[in-house]
Design a protein around this ligand. Structure first.
Ligand code: IMP
Length: 435
């Protein structure tokens, strides 16, 4: 099967991220002409395993591992040039070609060291129980500056060096005063040094920088097929996620249009990626979390440690209520369920099909995270399977219990399962008409 049939396709995560979007984008990219990373920043970590090589990408689109694909970092991304250039250098060292196959939006906002500092200081100052558990990559403070407008600096600003220096001097004076007054920080940033550093970055970035919205519209007009690579997961969406335990961008299905300038009407398919169980990093409610040995077992078997921060991920049963809620505002046309192999050998599997609070079933996903924190998950229990499924390549190869499990996931989330992950390798995939 060629994924070209799906038309222009958006790949999103349906839970709280770390779902395996990297693997799905890598798989689909072979059939697409352009891959676009459009939201978040270096908080993301997409892992792709090719043979014995493992690649952890933070800002580069996963299509970069497919030499013939054009990769675009769109304007909705908050770009840390030090991280991006480091990533480019390390991939080049490993023999990956990065030249005219990468384009970066001139509208992307730049992350500066003072953003990272503010991220750490604001988390440090938050009262216990109110810490978000951010990745400390400066994402929230950079988006806050973007929306406040006074202190933001974009990629295009780098190419008017005099104005850039003046603006950065004003911004840095403000940031130093702010961080000192609010957090008592003694660290001050030197505007001149920072400007020198960023203008060097500007030279290195220059060959890649362009108006990516125009580029994408031209590509679409030429009939080239585009794959949009979401970052994070829908439940971290700043509007519809488990706010304030969310990220600072629209990581739900709707975010793609504003972040790229490609209208929603140009997107033909949305594939939502999920794990066969649920994980979350950072703080915030997680109704199906397993805080016992079963959660530890999932973490070890699934190697559930953050790609970006190395933090152990919280693990729990598949939460179909949260996934169905995310599906409601994100509209997936199909699902990719990864890590099914991690569940092999568990005698019983639970899928959360409702939340109960105060003795009654909840009708909607609560806005108030303190309510979500208290809900009691209602489970449908299913038998597990013991077979090693790593070699399965067709739905019919999967044990009946695994097929029943996928059927329940599909019914509850409300979209057909088209891709199933049965191991980390590039080819450990079951392509299902309807699993
Ligand atoms: P921030 O995006 O660094 O501000 O972090 C906000 C919340 O989103 C924290 O709970 C992070 O752990 C979470 N988060 C951000 N990016 C990712 C990701 O790529 N995968 C999973 N969680 C993420």
């Amino acid at each position: 099967m060629s994924f070209r049939e799906w038309g222009n396709t958006s790949v999103i995560g349906l839970h709280w991220g770390d779902d395996g979007k990297g693997k799905v984008v890598d798989l689909l990219a072979a059939d697409f002409d352009v891959v676009v990373r459009y939201g978040g920043g270096a908080n993301a970590g997409h892992t792709v395993v090719i043979g014995s090589e493992k690649y952890a990408l933070h800002l580069l689109p996963c299509g970069i591992l497919r030499g013939e694909v054009l990769n675009v970092i769109a304007g909705g991304v908050v770009l840390d040039p030090a991280v991006l250039l480091g990533e480019i250098a390390s991939l080049r060292q490993r023999g990956i070609r990065i030249d005219d196959n990468l384009r970066i939006s001139d509208r992307a906002h730049l992350v500066f060291p003072y953003h990272r500092r503010e991220d750490v200081l604001s988390e440090g100052a938050a009262r216990s129980g109110e810490k978000i558990g951010t990745t400390a990559r400066g994402i929230g403070p950079c988006y806050a500056d973007k929306y406040a407008r006074h202190w933001a600096i974009r990629v295009c600003d780098l190419y008017s060096p005099r104005r850039f220096r003046e603006r950065l001097a004003a911004v840095v004076a403000h940031k130093n005063a702010y961080l000192s007054a609010v957090y008592g920080s003694h660290e001050t940033f030197d505007a001149d040094k920072l400007a020198d550093e960023y203008l060097l970055f500007a030279d290195d970035l220059r060959p890649f920088v362009c108006d990516t919205m125009l580029l994408l519209h031209r590509a679409l007009a030429d009939g080239r097929q585009v794959l949009f690579e979401g970052a994070q997961g829908c439940l971290l969406d700043v509007d519809h996620g488990t706010y304030p335990y969310a990220t600072s961008s629209n990581s739900g299905g709707g975010g793609v249009a504003s972040a790229t300038g490609v209208p929603l009407s140009a997107i033909d398919s949305i594939i939502a990626v999920l794990k066969a169980y649920t994980t979350r990093v950072g703080a915030g409610p997680f109704p199906t979390e397993l805080k016992d040995a079963r959660g530890d077992a999932l973490r070890e078997r699934g190697h559930e440690y953050g790609t970006t921060t190395g933090r152990p991920r919280r693990c729990g049963w598949f939460d179909a209520v949260a996934a169905a809620y995310a599906a409601l505002f994100s509209g997936p046309t199909s699902l990719a369920v990864l890590h099914l192999d991690t569940l092999s050998g568990m005698s019983e599997l639970n899928v959360c099909v409702a939340y109960r609070a105060g003795g009654a079933l909840l009708e909607s996903f609560p806005a108030d995270v303190s309510v979500l924190d208290e809900v009691e998950p209602v489970y449908e229990t299913m038998p597990g399977w013991t077979e090693d499924i790593g070699g399965c390549r067709r739905t019919a190869d999967l044990p009946p219990a695994a097929r029943d499990y996928l059927k329940l996931v599909s019914e509850r989330v409300g979209a057909p399962v088209r891709i199933v992950g049965v191991g980390p390798a590039r080819d450990q995939i079951v392509l299902a008409e309807e699993a």
